[in-house]
Ligand binder design. Structure first.
Ligand code: ADP
Ligand code: MG
Length: 308
């Protein structure tokens, strides 16, 4: 089961990734239950591509993202980055990958230290990874600020002096400060006003072109993700149930869960009623449950669906 015929352009290769959390203890302190947050997920992301990951809250999207950057050790499976098996590396060997892979999170306020000004916030990762020093570093930070639509006069201001959209721009500059190749964007626009969401998405696209970035773009609503993603994977209960090129997924969703998710997109025209297709028990036949059901099957070129 491989989505791509040629492996040469694959930057990120996730193979049967599992992340189980223990929850609940009995009176002897033994874990009684296992929460299968991610339960056998495989996909690949090509160089320069944006791979969207969608699914309702709790479906395991962030856990996949955290495993990719080894914020979590995983229960099983492998993650290859540029041909290197990250699952096998110790903290010291991982260090170069900690700059090649960066993340942008949903809430820019909690991910920015309120006691640091913009120069320090964006300069800190450069220091950690030894990218620039002294005046060179300040010039590089000012240059990056411009690229994310802020000004050099913002260098000495603190996070609370900015709007949510501006704070997310600072987080993006911070992520890009170490010249990453791959950026995990975990709901980077979900906390922003609708009016600035499109601006930030457009900026991420411009930066992708300029720096040749590859994105994993996690979202729980589908309206923006179609626009930015080349291909999209749909997660349900810790598993991928469908993977397809964006337009194909929206025009021809095959899995009942994908159909349900798409039908929940808010429809701007009030005359067009949004019809939410109910997810019925059939989903059981389509993906959850057995390991065989978790396997994706190619039904048309590049379009994969779980089960049956
Ligand atoms: P999503 O990003 O799709 O909303 P998450 O990956 O955050 O989903 O969570 C998937 C499941 O894993 C949820 O049931 C969540 O409660 C659980 N989970 C996530 N992180 C942890 C953790 N650190 N410890 C225990 N359970 C977790
Ligand atoms: Mg999440």
């Amino acid at each position: 089961m491989s989505e791509l015929k040629s492996k040469s352009d694959v930057l990120v290769d996730v193979r049967n990734l599992k992340k189980h959390f223990s929850k609940g203890k009995d009176i002897w302190g033994r874990h009684t239950q296992v929460l299968k947050a991610v339960d056998g997920v495989s996909f690949q992301i090509r160089q320069g591509e944006t791979f969207g990951l969608v699914g309702e809250s709790g479906s395991g999207k962030s856990t996949v993202g955290r495993c990719l950057i080894r914020l979590y050790d995983y229960t099983d499976g492998e993650v290859y980055f540029d041909g290197h098996n990250l699952s096998k590396l110790g903290e010291k060997q991982l260090k170069p990958f900690r700059s090649r892979i960066q993340t942008i999170f949903q809430d820019p306020y909690s991910s920015l230290n309120p006691g640091m000004n913009v120069l320090e916030l964006i300069g800190e990762p450069m220091d950690i990874h030894g990218v620039f020093k002294g005046d060179e570093r300040k010039d590089a930070v000012a240059e990056l600020l411009k690229k994310v639509g802020l000004k050099s006069e913002h260098l000495y201001r603190y996070p609370h002096e900015f709007s949510g959209g501006q704070r997310q721009r600072i987080s993006i500059a911070r992520a890009l400060s170490v010249r990453p190749e791959f950026v995990v964007c975990d709901e980077p626009i979900s906390a922003l006003d609708v009016s600035v969401q499109a601006q930030v998405v457009n900026m991420l696209e411009d930066l992708q072109k300029e720096f040749g970035l590859t994105y994993l773009f996690i979202a729980h609503d589908l309206s923006m993700v179609r626009h930015i993603s080349d291909r999209i994977g749909v997660m349900y209960g810790g598993r991928l149930v469908e993977v397809a090129p964006s337009d194909e997924l929206y025009e021809n969703p095959l899995h009942p869960y994908t159909q349900a998710l798409l039908s929940a997109i808010p429809v701007p025209d009030p005359r067009v009623a949004s019809q939410r297709i109910l997810v019925n028990n059939k989903i059981e036949d389509y993906g959850s449950g057995s390991d065989e059901a978790a396997q994706l099957r190619e039904v048309s070129p590049g379009h994969f669906v779980a089960g049956h």
